[in-house]
Design a protein around this ligand. Structure first.
Ligand code: HSE
Length: 416
């Protein structure tokens, strides 16, 4: 009988094991044949676990079992996960991983090895947790010219931003609450500084545009500077502050991936995706826009995606389904953040006449090549929807400051 192994018995790995036994009958039916869990690799001991007989500390035991057809990697981190998955693929054993750090760093290499050995490197769980987004992007939507992807790809920061607005919490208090709920790590940098979302947009960008995008090449800004006042200002202008990971195709053929807090207008449904939920908007020439929403993290949501990959690997042992992208040897196809054209939400001291703010901005824009652009303002914030270049944004901010309208903070604005 075909067998599979799980590497790592943490939150996701234990979820995969529990989900397999909970829905075993259905899972085997979907796979079209019986298969069993043979090994759980973990350095720790779990003597009282109902799966105690499955545990091993030996990767060699897994690699030398000829019945193993797929290995689920739920360890996290680049090593030893990379070495183990490479060893599996070189033996023709497919892999299913939830590890975004690994795929963002080593995806091109692992995919090439899988192709060479006629097996699959699946990573549906690495972006968006439960949300099916990897397979739709490279299979269902393959006929499209994809112009952009925008996403809320980190549940922890979305929870924090949401709490700031709905419960009037400061960033520090909301982070504390996220940590108490177990969403944020004790060392929350990967989430709050945007690195986790960066890895995920690297994976989506590489998948869609065919060349490996490394995290170091992506402008990444987290949410530490977002205040309660920013969240309230966005709300007063019919939008929300969200940590947006995006990639856009530019007119010059380069792509611009980035992660940053943005004002998102309520016309765009991403603005209303709250709590630990994730959402990915895909813009393509044939589909216009498609939205994919769901739980972006957590034990069973992530296990659901890993288990789906395991079933696919069991069903299609000889067919290479996983998409390849290449390491182009350069990152020159990636534009810097200065190439971003966008609108902006500007926040001021709370003592302005709203009509004067919007009139000043509208007049300034009209004089500088942006006639009839919508500008809206409150007594402490102004929303410019016009798509401005980096130089135009800087000039407008200077113009406000020169008119004795000092700026407290500004955020790039996403299109509706
Ligand atoms: N820390 C991540 C999040 C987990 O909050 O979305 C899923 O990658």
């Amino acid at each position: 009988m075909k067998k599979f192994a799980v590497l790592g018995f943490g939150t996701v790995g234990s979820g995969v094991v529990e989900l397999f036994y909970k829905n075993q009958k259905r899972i085997l039916e979907k796979a079209g044949e019986a298969f069993e869990l043979a090994y759980i690799l973990d350095l720790r001991d779990f003597p009282n676990s109902p799966y105690a007989d499955k545990f091993t500390k030996s990767m060699d035991a897994i690699l030398s079992d000829p019945d193993i057809v797929v290995v689920a990697e739920c360890m996290g981190g680049v090593e030893p996960a990379f070495t183990y998955l490479k060893q599996c693929l070189e033996k023709g054993i497919s892999v299913a991983t939830s590890n975004k750090e690994l795929i963002a760093q080593k995806g091109a290499e692992l995919l090439a090895i899988a192709k060479e050995h006629a097996c699959n490197c699946f990573f549906e769980a690495s972006v968006g947790g439960a949300i099916p987004i990897i397979r739709p992007l490279h299979r269902c939507l393959a006929a499209n010219d994809i112009s952009a992807i925008y996403g809320i790809l980190n549940g922890t920061t979305n929870y924090i931003l949401n709490k700031m607005l709905t419960d009037g919490m400061t960033f520090a208090d909301a982070l504390d609450k996220a940590q108490k709920h177990g969403y944020a790590e004790r060392e929350p940098s990967a989430d709050v500084d945007g690195h986790d979302a960066c890895r995920k947009i690297c994976i989506l960008s590489s998948l869609v545009f065919g060349q490996h995008v490394y995290p170091e090449s992506v402008y990444t800004k987290g949410i530490r500077e977002i205040s309660l006042e920013d969240a309230a200002a966005a709300d007063s202008l019919d939008g929300a502050v969200k940590l947006i990971a995006f990639v856009k195709k530019l007119d010059d053929g380069r792509i611009l991936p980035a992660v940053m807090p943005m004002y998102v207008p309520h016309e765009n449904m991403i603005s209303r995706v709250d709590g630990v939920f994730n959402c990915v908007e895909v813009c393509g020439d044939a589909i216009d826009r498609a939205y994919f929403c769901g739980r972006g993290a957590g034990k069973f949501p992530t296990a659901s995606a890993v288990m789906g990959d395991i079933i696919e690997a069991v069903k299609h042992q000889k067919t290479v389904f996983s998409q390849s992208w290449v390491d182009a040897g350069t990152q020159d196809f990636i534009a810097g953040i200065d190439a971003l054209n966008c609108g902006m939400l500007i926040r001021f001291e709370n003592n302005h006449d709203a009509a004067a703010l919007s009139e000043f901005a509208a007049n300034y824009l009209a004089k500088n090549g942006h006639e009839n652009e919508a500008v809206r303002a409150t007594s402490n914030a102004c929303l410019i929807s016009a798509s401005l270049t980096n130089a135009e944004r800087t000039a407008l901010l200077d113009a406000f400051a020169n008119q004795n309208m000092p700026i407290l903070h500004w955020l790039p604005a996403m299109e509706a």
